[in-house]
Write a protein that binds this ligand. Structure first.
Ligand SMILES: [Zn+2]
Length: 314
């Protein structure tokens, strides 16, 4: 194992960790929820599907609105009780995408997508986890207005954490979709790929949705084989990250490659290749001779790659 490179202090992983106590036991407590709704310390994040509404401020924008301000917004949809922060209630208020679009030109507002907010650091980092929570739940509401069992309109209950069907009595809960994201390694080399959607110089870990009836390990094996033709052996869990685009959970892993000949699935990837550890260090330090980069620290791929470079993975 080569000596550990000096990559500086570890950056914070985007959308984690949350300082909110979700207080799930209070979601069905109508008296508590109505008290929170009247609490002068209560604040709301206002979200129009993919767009986050903020108040323009310097050096960072302020994504919190009083409940009176949030309730006065045009195009209101569902709301969700997110939890408590030092006893102060936090809510997510949904508005339509059109209403959010209209606020873009309004004086004093800053409306943009969550990815830009996270990558460019447009709000204090502690706001990212509750915004991710609100965005994911509100997106689920927007897509679950009708019962998948009988087709009747459903109603939000439990502080926005459930939808009930009054016709067939089915209960529907917000879902999150697991995605494996993995770095296959072969001694001093690791496997990275490029999606056509990436910035032209960026290379990252391979990733894919876990399918029903599949373990995390099997999903890592299958995706690595499908996308790059590489067979993997041992899989080690590294860390996870909520990824509210719209409702994913990224499950970060390292995997031991058992084969080395790459066969790229051109439907999924533009390219895939092995990278030497030294080349990855240059990419992480943004000094690669061809300008190649790893994903930014907001993404778990950055942390998975860095952990391997720093020798945290055997
Ligand atoms: Zn139903």
């Amino acid at each position: 194992m080569p000596s550990r490179p000096d990559l500086g202090p570890k950056p914070r992983l985007g959308y984690t960790p949350s300082r909110l106590a979700r207080a799930a036991q209070l979601r069905t407590d109508e008296a508590a929820l109505s008290k929170f709704g009247a609490d002068p310390r209560a604040r709301a994040y206002v979200i129009g599907i993919d767009m986050i509404v903020m108040k323009k401020a310097s050096p960072v924008s302020d994504p919190l609105f009083t409940l009176a301000q949030a309730r006065a917004m045009e195009g209101a949809t569902e709301s969700v009780f997110l939890g408590l922060i030092e006893g102060a209630p936090r809510f997510g208020f949904g508005i339509t995408a059109q209403a959010a679009e209209a606020l873009k030109s309004r004086e004093g507002f800053h409306v943009t997508d969550l990815r830009s907010i996270a990558v460019q650091g447009l709000v204090e980092p502690d706001h990212l986890p509750p915004i991710a929570e609100a965005k994911a739940v509100l997106h689920w509401h927007a897509r679950h207005r009708f019962c998948p069992n009988c087709g009747a309109p459903t109603q939000p209950v439990a502080g926005g954490w459930k939808r009930d069907c009054p016709a067939c009595k089915a209960e529907h809960f917000p879902r999150t979709d697991p995605v494996v994201i993995m770095l296959a390694t072969d001694g001093e080399r690791c496997l990275l790929g490029r999606s056509p959607r990436f910035a032209p110089t960026m290379w990252s870990c391979l990733a894919g949705f876990v399918e029903p009836g599949e373990s995390i390990e099997d999903a890592v094996h299958r995706e690595t084989r499908e996308e790059a033709g590489i067979t993997c052996g041992r899989v080690r869990y590294f860390a996870s990250q909520p990824w509210p685009f719209p409702t994913s959970l990224m499950i970060g892993c390292h995997a031991e490659a058992l084969t080395t000949d790459i066969v790229v699935d051109r439907e999924e990837l533009e390219d895939a290749r092995w990278f030497a550890r030294d080349e990855i260090i240059d990419m992480l330090k943004r000094r690669h001779s061809q300008g190649l980069t790893t994903p930014p620290p907001v993404a778990i791929a950055h942390h998975i790659i860095r952990a391997w470079v720093e020798g945290e993975v055997d």
